[in-house]
Each structure stands twice: as structure tokens, then as C-alpha cells.
Design a protein around this ligand. Structure first.
Ligand code: GLV
Ligand code: MG
Length: 293
């Protein structure tokens, strides 16, 4: 939600999204940046954000706004904040800068040190090639976020529709490598992997298709830019009832056979299940349980 729009900041509180991020970066015009900080602090202080992960996206470290964004927001409402999102991360030093600044502010205002997490957006080629170092750069890091719009611009991808295949490219999925690279870095450092925005906000089928691609690979979620995308996102990132039921069945059956019958590999209908099947089933079951299936 753009920090420059108090009406949207109020509306965000009632939406069925797991996380809301209040933006000070690219959805806020340069001349509105300072007022946006004040709006964001007021919304965090006065709003009811219960049940949501609450994040503020600050401006990137190469801008003149970044340090004051962090200071004003965390001094003003750090106790209401779960994470700070740092855009256009292309070097681990950007994350360590934010980590150090957060520590200083937490000490100054009496917050527990280390309470505020960091989400890092990977939005250009430089960030992608340094992603393992970035992923290891701070214990505060919780999430790697793909920023497709900035990324496509950074590599000169020849398209104007974010997330869709570039016209003329017929050899598969132009995003596969980038998404997989982010996912591998996230999983190897126990971080979440989140896909970025789909800008054709009225094309919910398009959103569903592009979100489905990230969800199928194993991503944990995707941004929504409009309330109309929320239901589709929640559906796409939750297992189907059928898959969830099957996963619970695998877990129950495997538990029974390994403990009562002491067998490690058994048949469940036409399917052989073993310890690895249990792990796969657990991924689906955990998501289904979290979604209340
Ligand atoms: C998001 O910040 C993007 O650039 O896609
Ligand atoms: Mg961006």
C-alpha cells in the first residue's frame, strides 16, 4: 500500500491478506516521500493490524531517503513492525547496514534487539549473482522477495508486461532460472521465498496463472496489488482439499506402518511411500493446516 495514501492504509487493515507492506519506495512520488513517512507511522500507531504481518518498505540504500525512512518509522512505530523490506538489494553490505541501523534504534528506543526482521528484494542482475551472500548476510533476514518489474528492466528483458513471457520467447519460461535461483538461496538459508507483483490488476486469471508458476515451484507467497487479487493468491498458495486430504492420509498411514508394523517402505493404494514421501506430505499438510483445510 502506498504510504502516500492514508485511505489505502486504512483499507489495508481490513483485507484478508497475511501480510501488508506499507510502501515508502516506488509507489510514492519523490515529493511525497516525507509526508508518506508520517502517514505510515500514524497508520502503524493508530491502526488495528492484528492478525497480519506488518512490514514497511523503505527506499534503497543508494537513495537520500533510506536512512531517514528507517529512523522515522522504527523510532515512531518500531513496536508495531515485524519487518523492514529493503528494495534493490545487490550487495550483502546493504543488509548489514540496515541490520546495524535497526540495532542502534532498537537500543535507543528500548525495543528488544533483533526483534525487527528484514525482507530483501532481489530486483536486478547484481542482486541475483550475489544472492547467496545476501541470503547469509544477517540473522534478521526472513524473506527473499523477487521484484520482477525492476528485474526485467535491469536485464533489458524485451517486454512491458510484468511477469508474462516476453513476446518472441517461445522456449519455455523466461522466469524459471530467476525464480529457481531465488528459491534455492532461500531454502538453503531457511528463508521464505516470495514472488513479486502482477501489475495487470484486473486480469485475475493472468494473476492466477503467474502466481501458480511460483507456487508450483515452492514459493511461499506472492504480492497482491489490489484487493481483487487476494482471494486468488490465497487459493493458489493453499493446497487443494484433495491434495491436503491425501497428504494427511500419507502421514497417518506412514505413521501406522513405521511404528506399529516397523516397516519403512509400504504401499498406500498404488503408491509406494517411504520417509521422503512423509516429508513431501508434511509440506502440503502444513500449508493445508495453516489455511484451515
Ligand atoms: C517490485 O518492487 C518490482 O520491482 O517488481
Ligand atoms: Mg521494485
Amino acid at each position: 500500500m502506498p504510504g502516500s495514501n492514508p485511505r489505502f492504509l486504512a483499507k489495508a487493515q481490513g483485507l484478508a491478506a497475511d501480510e501488508v507492506f506499507l510502501d515508502l519506495e516506488d509507489s510514492v512520488a519523490p515529493l511525497a516521500k516525507e509526508d508518506a513517512r508520517k502517514n505510515v507511522v500514524a497508520a502503524l500507531r493508530e491502526g488495528d493490524w492484528s492478525g497480519k504481518t506488518v512490514v514497511v518498505r523503505v527506499n534503497d540504500v543508494t537513495t537520500p531517503w533510506a536512512y531517514r525512512d528507517v529512523i522515522e518509522v522504527v523510532e515512531g512505530a518500531g513496536d508495531r513492525l515485524h519487518c523492514v523490506m529493503l528494495p534493490k538489494v545487490q550487495d550483502p553490505s546493504a543488509v548489514t547496514w540496515l541490520d546495524t541501523l535497526l540495532t542502534q534504534i532498537e537500543r535507543a528506543v528500548g525495543l528488544p534487539v533483533g526483534r525487527i526482521g528484514i525482507e530483501a528484494q532481489i530486483e536486478n542482475a547484481k542482486g541475483l549473482v550475489r544472492i547467496d551472500d545476501i541470503a547469509a548476510s544477517s540473522p534478521r533476514l526472513e524473506t527473499l522477495v523477487f521484484g520482477p518489474a525492476d528485474f526485467m528492466a535491469s536485464i533489458n528483458m524485451r517486454t512491458l508486461v510484468v511477469g508474462e513471457q516476453p513476446p518472441g520467447y517461445t522456449e519455455g519460461d523466461a522466469y524459471h532460472y530467476i525464480l529457481m535461483r531465488i528459491l534455492m538461496a532461500a531454502r538453503s538459508h531457511d528463508l521464505q521465498a516470495v514472488d513479486g507483483p502482477y501489475l495487470q490488476i484486473h486480469d485475475v486469471d493472468g494473476f492466477r496463472r503467474v502466481a501458480g508458476r511460483a507456487a508450483a515451484l515452492g514459493f511461499d507467497g506472492k504480492w497482491v496489488l489490489h484487493p481483487g487479487q487476494i482471494e486468488a493468491a490465497n487459493e493458489v498458495f493453499s493446497p487443494s482439499q484433495e491434495d491436503y486430504d491425501h497428504a494427511e492420509l500419507v502421514l497417518d498411514a506412514y505413521d501406522y506402518y513405521t511404528t506399529i508394523e516397523r516397516r519403512g517402505a509400504v504401499m498406500l493404494g498404488d503408491e509406494m511411500i517411504d520417509e521422503a514421501s512423509r516429508k513431501m506430505a508434511l509440506v502440503v499438510a502444513a500449508k493445508g493446516r495453516a489455511a484451515g483445510l
